[in-house]
Design a protein around this ligand. Structure first.
Ligand SMILES: [Zn+2]
Length: 324
C-alpha cells in the first residue's frame, strides 16, 4: 500500500488483463481503488496481430477516458497468459492468445507514450491476492489458479518471481500420476491432466460413457457435458462416478500443493480460478488431504481467492503503480 506516496491526486494507472476470451480493463488509483472498468472480447481467432491492435486501442481509449474525466494516466500495466519475459516486456508464447515473441511493452509505450509494464496473468493475480486479497497480511503466499489449466505464483513480500525464462509457477505440469492421463503439454500424468476444471469435466464424461467433451465451448442448449461444478454437485449428491473423479482430482491437487509447500514453505495457499467456486466441496477435502501429506513441514493456511476474476487486472495495476 506504499504506492500512494508521491502520487498526484488525479493519478490513475491503466490496467488490462488479456485472456483467451476476454480482456478485463480498469483505471486504478494509487491506493488500489478502481474508478472505472471495461470488458472487451479478445477474439483470439483473428490472430495475434489483430489482438495486439485491440489491446493498444483499448489501452489508448482508457487513457483518453481518464483524461476526459480530469484524471492523469501515469502508467500502463498489461497482464497476458502464457510465457512472459517481464524484464524484456515480451509476450513470448501463449497457446490461447497466439502470441509468439510479441514486444508488447515497447509497442504500448510507442502508442501511448506511457511507462508500461508487462506481467504474467497468474503472477499478477497472485500479487493482487497476496497484497489486497485473501493473502493480505502474510509475507509468503502461494497462489494457485485452477481453471482450464493450473498455474501458480509464489509471492514473497508482495513480489512474484518470474523465473529465468518467464515460466516460473507451472505447478500444473508437476508430475503427480506417472503413466496417467495425457496432458496438453504432451506428457502423461501432469497435475492439470487430472485436476484442472477441464480435466475433471473430461474425465467424468469418459467415466460415464458420454465421450470426450470435444471443444471447450460454452455448451449447447441440450446435452451439454457436465462441467467441473456439475461434477462437484453430483459427487456431493453421492453419484459414484462423480465422487470418484472428484476425489481423484482432490488427491492429485493435494499432491501438487504438498510439492509446492515442500519447495516454498508458505504461510498461505490461495486457490482461485473457476474450480475455487466449488467452495467447501473443494476446500474441506483438499485441506484434509494436504494436511495429511505434511510430515515435518508446517501446514499452510488454505483459503479461497477473494478478488475473483478482477485479480489479474488489479495485479496489472499494482505492477504499473510499482513501476512508476
Ligand atoms: Zn503437462
Amino acid at each position: 500500500m506504499s504506492p500512494a506516496d508521491a502520487a498526484g491526486p488525479a493519478d490513475v494507472v491503466v490496467a488490462l488483463d488479456v485472456g483467451g476470451t476476454g480482456m478485463k480493463c480498469a483505471l486504478v488509483r494509487p491506493d488500489g481503488t478502481t474508478v472505472h472498468t471495461e470488458r472487451h472480447p479478445t477474439d483470439a481467432g483473428r490472430g495475434p496481430d489483430a489482438v495486439v491492435e485491440t489491446i493498444l486501442d483499448v489501452a489508448e481509449g482508457l487513457a483518453g477516458k481518464a483524461r476526459a474525466d480530469g484524471r492523469d494516466p501515469v502508467a500502463l500495466g498489461i497482464a497476458v497468459p502464457g510465457v512472459v519475459d517481464e524484464a524484456a516486456g515480451v509476450a513470448v508464447w501463449s497457446a490461447n492468445v497466439g502470441f509468439r515473441d510479441v514486444p508488447l511493452r515497447g509497442l504500448a509505450e510507442e502508442r501511448l507514450g506511457l511507462p508500461t509494464v508487462l506481467g504474467h496473468d497468474v503472477r499478477v493475480g497472485g500479487l493482487a491476492e497476496a497484497r489486497l486479497g485473501a493473502g493480505r497480511g502474510t509475507g509468503h503466499v502461494l497462489f494457485v489458479a485452477i481453471g482450464t489449466g493450473i498455474a501458480a505464483a509464489h509471492v514473497v513480500d508482495g513480489a512474484a518471481a518470474s523465473g529465468a525464462h518467464g515460466a516460473a509457477g507451472e505447478i500444473g505440469h508437476v508430475l503427480v500420476r506417472p503413466g496417467g492421463p495425457r496432458c496438453g503439454c504432451g506428457r502423461d500424468g501432469c497435475l492439470e491432466a487430472v485436476a484442472s476444471a477441464s480435466a475433471i469435466a473430461r474425465r467424468y464424461a469418459e467415466a460415464t460413457g458420454a465421450g470426450p467433451t470435444g471443444t471447450a465451448g460454452d455448451g449447447g442448449p441440450t446435452g451439454t457435458p457436465a462441467s467441473a461444478a456439475d461434477v462437484a454437485d453430483r459427487a456431493a449428491a453421492g453419484e459414484p462416478a462423480a465422487a470418484r473423479v472428484w476425489a481423484e482430482a482432490v488427491e492429485a491437487l493435494a499432491d501438487g500443493l504438498a510439492t509446492g509447500q515442500a519447495l516454498y514453505d508458505v504461510e498461505t495457499v490461495v486457490v482461485g480460478g473457476g474450480l475455487a467456486q466449488a467452495g467447501p466441496r473443494l476446500f474441506d477435502p483438499l485441506r484434509a488431504a494436504l494436511h495429511e501429506r505434511m510430515t515435518f513441514h508446517r501446514r499452510p493456511r488454505l483459503v479461497a481467492a477473494a478478488l475473483g476474476d478482477e485479480a489479474g487486472c488489479l495485479g496489472a495495476a499494482l505492477l504499473a503503480l510499482d513501476a512508476r
